[in-house]
Design a protein around this ligand. Structure first.
Ligand code: 5GP
Ligand code: ZN
Length: 113
């Protein structure tokens, strides 16, 4: 299996990694949609949110907590930011390894496009 985000997590493909630990990596999106656009990605390959199991709860919670910390570091926590995971084609998922988008630094639209 050849997966872009597995390769980034394994440092086989370069990315601007801003945080990493034993469970996840966070890096700058290559095509940012806002002044802050970071992807928080579990090291373990999970194709879509549909594959999540009950026991993955702590991992998902961890991704959100890492995103909160990065939002603070990037000075958008108080202003507001958006955390998004897209599932499957109609939602716009293009990389089939789950990733939490952290978007901030501008006013977000609602409903999302
Ligand atoms: P999705 O559309 O699956 O929700 O999000 C995939 C995201 O990955 C997109 O925002 C896209 O810009 C980003 N992306 C795609 N290829 C690369 C890459 O090679 N490096 C980085 N850093 N981001 C990527
Ligand atoms: Zn993967």
């Amino acid at each position: 299996m050849d997966c872009l985000f597995c390769r980034i997590a394994e440092k086989k493909t370069p990315a601007r990694i801003i945080y990493e630990d034993e469970a996840c990596v966070a890096f700058e999106d290559i095509a940012p949609q806002a002044p802050v656009h970071v992807l928080v990605v579990p090291r373990r390959h999970i194709a879509t949110t549909l594959e999540l199991k009950e026991e993955d709860g702590p991992l998902i919670g961890h991704l959100f907590r890492v995103a909160n910390r990065i939002a603070g570091d990037k000075q958008v926590a108080g202003r507001g930011f958006r955390l998004v995971m897209n599932t499957n084609a109609e939602a716009g998922q293009s990389v089939y390894h789950i990733h939490l988008h952290l978007l901030g630094g501008r006013r977000m639209h609602w409903p999302p496009g």
